[in-house]
Each structure stands twice: as structure tokens, then as C-alpha cells.
Design a binder for this molecule. Structure first.
Ligand code: ADP
Length: 492
């Protein structure tokens, strides 16, 4: 049994990656794009069956290559919060999946009274928002007649993408999810690790339509391939899987994923830190009975700002080119950018804020603007890191990075300067898939938590350097610029 397969069911694609446990590396990747539909402004839907068929396709491609008898198990990492409704008797989805980005329930959420918001925060660690699953589930029960009928008859299953995939992939149709995915639903009590009766009652959701919640390392069921039963074991939401794959196992270990958006997760250990700055408390991972918590903050636009420079401004041919262009000038010449294309999250929480480019002079050139955009990504991460340290009282041990834009050496060095901690870039930047593979390996007894760090190798470490003083000054200027970009909030 040489291999483990990590199934990464993301929003834009599903990928199966074949991991060679002995060589400690991925040896094959099969990928399929998945579509998204936008039937009304602000709505985002996906075809859950398409996610399932394409998952089977990529899984089979890896299994065929490896030989089913050589595959020890399948681990799963997935897009979080997205809700699927299906018929318990057939496994058929009854309506399109409501995707995490979908804003159809934002008005509903804005009417949730303050008292309930406080309860939601205490029990689930989350901000009351349409992003999380609860209001999406309520919407389905109210607006999809087939879902309401199946619910009345006791034949409805509702779950996140992991849960749907496990139901479909396993021979026994296991109706299960893991602690990390459950912690994104706004219905799960992250302290008792149970569905919360008060929240279920508030949203009018019966517990029997929801999956059983198990640890990330639980064995979920078996996938049958040419007569061979392959365990499905090891499940986590994508950002949590990345935290695990980056071996952020100690209190104070944090990782930043620099993709389209930016996600910072910070391990707060066995205790759950509450945020006074609008960050989210969440389950980081669970290994059997051991549960580790994390604080999470996100910047909605990070790599997407580089895409904007490339596609809308025409300043770049490729995203990678941003690095050389930024380096071609010694500084931004006073230009400052605020990456608020779709509002600002923590610590400002102003959905109406918009992007801002300021400090322009007659001498401003393309390179200054490109540099200002890259710097703004690092500044936004600093905002999150400051909140996390204040909320938890724990100082950052350093940051481990992954995601597309972590390939940018200029950005990583600038991030080290502006945070004043080391940024550690691993050899294997597919941390999400690695996390799922390692959770699977632990579940099957092929390795232990103590071995996880050995599966991650640093490729390069960026240390705070001579640019630090300038980076700190730049951060002050950024904070001033943010106050001009805000419509509702204030910087503190
Ligand atoms: P996602 O998983 O969100 O689709 P990825 O992790 O694949 O994102 O990263 C893609 C994003 O990273 C894009 O927005 C792209 O503009 C940005 N990006 C990729 N390479 C670089 C680079 N070398 N420098 C800056 N940004 C980059």
C-alpha cells in the first residue's frame, strides 16, 4: 500500500492527487473544472452531481494509474459552507447546490436580532452571515418544494460538499461530516462538538436531516473500485486541511494561503479563542478525541488584485511578471492601494468600502502601482495577524505560506518585513491536498501526528530584513488610506 489519494473538491475544480507515502511526494494529479451558475445577481449555484461525477472521474484516473490494491485510502478536502440537498433514498440532489459565495440570504441574515447574533458567536465562533450554511439550508426548506416534502417524509439529507461526496462515494452511503466542515454551518456548537439544539430550533432545522459529525481522522466508509474496497478516511474543509498540511500543529503556528483571496489561519491550541475583532473561531482539526482550534481571517481580494492589474489595467502579461516590475522601482513613490474591490473584512467589516488608489503624482508609473498592489496584500495580512495576536494573546511563531501568489519572492519578503516574522515557503505548495492525505494516513494508522512535520520541507525562508523600517512606514500610510476607503467603518 504505497499511495494515498487526496480528493480536493474546490469551487472551480476537483482534483485527485496521488501521494506516495514513502517518497513523501505527489506523483500524479487528475483535474476537472466544475461549472458555476449565476442565475440572479449575487446568487451562485453549482450542480452537485457534476461535482460527484467529476470526483469519481479524477479518483478513478489516479486509482487506475496506481492499481487499486496499492491505494491505502482516500482523504477529502473541500470547499466549505456550500450546501447540497439530496434524496436519502436515491442520492439525487433536489436542487442546485447553494455555493458559499451566494448572497441570496443576506437580507434574511441582516434581520437576525443582536441577541441571536451573540448566541451564534458564542456557540459557533462565527459572525452571523449569509456565507455560512444555516440560512442557505433554511432557504432551501422554504423555497424548494421537493426539499420541504422530503423533509416532511423523513427522506431529506442536507450537508456540505464533503458530506454529499462521502454519501455518494461510499458503498454504505455513510451520512457523515467532520468537525471542521460542521463548524462552518452556523449550527454546530464548537465547544460541545454537537449540533446546537437552540440554533437548530431558531433556524427551524431538524437534526435528522443533518449528517453525523465525526473527527477529521474518522473512517467514513469504503469506495468500491473493481472489487477492491478503498477506505474513505480523513476529511477537512480546505483551509483547515491546508493548516494541517503545513504542519501548523503548535499554538501560535499560522499559515497564509495567497490565492484569489487570502486566508490566514492561526492555531490557538486546545482552547478556543474568541475574537473581539471580527475574526472567526473555528475547529482547526480533530484527531480522534483531540480537538485543536484556530482563529481565521480572510481578505476577499488578494491574487485577484494582481489579476486586475493584468486583465483590466493591462499592466502585466502574467501575474508572475508583477515581481520583476515591482522590483524595478525602489518604492511606490508614495502610491498606496487598498484592495477593497468587494468591501473590507476583518478588522473593518465594511461591505460597502471599495478599492482605492491614492498618492498619485505626475511621476507615478506602472511599476509604482504594481508595487503598491503587492504591498497592499501584505498590509491586509498584517491587519489580520495583529487582530489574531490581540484576540488570542499568543504571538505568531512565524507564517507558513502557500497558494498561487506565494510564488512571488518580492511579496513574501515584503510580508516578512511588514509582519516582522519569518515566512516559510514549503517545497510542496499543495498544502490542502497534503493535509487531506496526512489526515487519511493518520486515520489508517500509517503515521501519527508527531510524524506530520517530517512530511513538510521548507523550500525557502524569508526573514524580516533591512526593508522593515520602510515596510512599517508603508503600513501606517496604508491604514490612513483604508480610512479613506471605508464608507461605514472606522480604523481604530
Ligand atoms: P485559487 O485557488 O484561489 O484559484 P491559486 O492559489 O491558484 O488561487 O492562485 C491564483 C492567484 O494567484 C491568482 O489570482 C493570480 O493572480 C495570483 N498569482 C499567481 N502567481 C502569482 C505571482 N507570481 N505573483 C503574484 N500573484 C500571483
Amino acid at each position: 500500500m504505497k499511495y494515498i489519494i487526496a480528493l480536493d473538491a474546490g469551487t472551480t475544480s476537483v482534483r485527485a492527487m496521488l501521494y506516495d507515502l514513502k517518497q513523501r511526494k505527489f506523483v500524479h494529479c487528475a483535474q476537472q473544472e466544475v461549472g458555476q451558475n449565476f442565475p440572479h445577481p449575487g446568487w451562485v449555484e453549482q450542480d452537485a452531481d457534476e461535482i460527484y461525477y467529476k470526483s469519481v472521474y479524477v479518483l478513478n484516473s489516479c486509482i487506475t494509474l496506481a492499481g487499486a490494491e496499492n491505494v491505502a485510502g482516500i482523504g477529502i478536502a473541500n470547499q466549505r459552507e456550500t450546501v447540497v440537498f439530496w434524496d436519502r433514498r436515491t442520492g439525487d440532489p433536489v436542487c442546485p447546490a447553494i455555493v458559499w459565495q451566494c448572497r441570496r440570504t443576506s437580507e434574511f441574515c441582516s434581520r437576525i436580532p443582536e441577541e441571536m447574533r451573540r448566541l451564534i458567536r458564542e456557540r459557533t465562533g462565527l459572525q452571523t452571515d449569509a456565507y455560512f450554511s444555516a440560512s442557505k439550508i433554511r432557504w432551501g426548506l422554504d423555497h424548494v418544494p421537493a426539499a420541504a416534502r422530503l423533509c416532511r417524509e423523513g427522506n431529506l439529507c442536507v450537508g456540505t460538499v464533503d458530506s454529499f461526496l462521502i454519501w455518494k462515494l461510499t458503498e454504505e452511503h455513510a451520512f457523515v461530516t467532520d468537525h471542521t466542515n460542521a463548524s462552518r454551518t452556523m449550527l454546530f456548537n464548537i465547544h460541545t462538538l454537537k449540533w446546537d439544539a437552540d440554533l437548530l430550533s431558531y433556524f427551524g432545522i431538524r437534526e435528522d436531516i443533518l449528517p453525523e459529525v465525526r473527527p477529521c481522522t474518522a473512517r467514513m466508509g469504503e469506495f468500491l473500485h473493481s472489487g477492491v474496497r478503498i477506505p474513505v478516511a480523513g476529511v477537512a474543509g480546505d483551509q483547515q486541511a491546508a493548516l494541517f498540511g503545513q504542519a501548523c500543529l503548535a499554538r501560535g503556528d499560522g499559515k497564509i494561503t495567497y490565492g484569489t483571496g487570502l486566508f490566514l489561519l492561526f492555531n490557538t491550541g486546545r482552547s478556543c479563542a474568541a475574537s473581539g475583532h471580527g475574526l472567526i473561531s473555528t475547529v482547526g482539526y480533530s484527531l480522534g478525541k483531540k480537538v485543536v482550534y484556530a482563529l481565521e481571517g480572510s481578505v476577499f481580494n488578494a491574487g485577484s488584485c494582481v489579476q486586475w492589474l493584468r486583465d483590466e489595467m493591462g499592466f502585466l502579461k502574467t501575474s508572475a511578471e508583477s515581481e520583476a516590475i515591482a522590483r524595478s522601482v525602489p518604492d511606490t513613490g508614495g502610491v498606496c492601494f487598498v484592495p477593497a474591490f468587494t468591501g473590507l473584512g476583518a478588522p473593518y467589516w465594511d461591505g460597502e468600502a471599495r478599492g482605492l488608489l491614492c498618492g498619485l503624482t505626475r511621476g507615478t508609473g506602472r511599476a509604482h502601482i504594481v508595487r503598491a498592489v503587492l504591498e497592499s496584500i501584505a498590509y491586509a495580512a498584517r491587519d489580520l495577524a495583529d487582530c489574531m495576536q490581540r484576540d488570542s494573546g499568543i504571538s505568531l511563531n512565524g507564517i507558513r505560506c502557500d497558494g498561487g501568489a506565494s510564488a512571488n519572492d518580492f511579496l513574501m519578503q515584503f510580508q516578512a518585513d511588514v509582519l516582522g516574522v519569518t515566512i516559510d515557503r514549503p517545497e510542496e505548495r499543495e498544502s490542502t491536498a497534503l493535509g487531506a492525505a496526512l489526515l487519511c494516513a493518520i486515520s489508517l494508522g500509517l503515521c501519527e501526528e508527531g510524524d506530520v512535520s517530517a512530511f513538510r520541507t521548507s523550500a525557502r525562508i524569508f526573514r524580516p530584513g533591512e526593508g522593515q523600517a520602510a515596510a512599517f512606514r508603508g503600513y501606517e500610510a496604508y491604514r490612513k488610506a483604508v480610512s479613506r476607503a471605508l464608507l461605514h467603518g472606522e480604523t481604530d
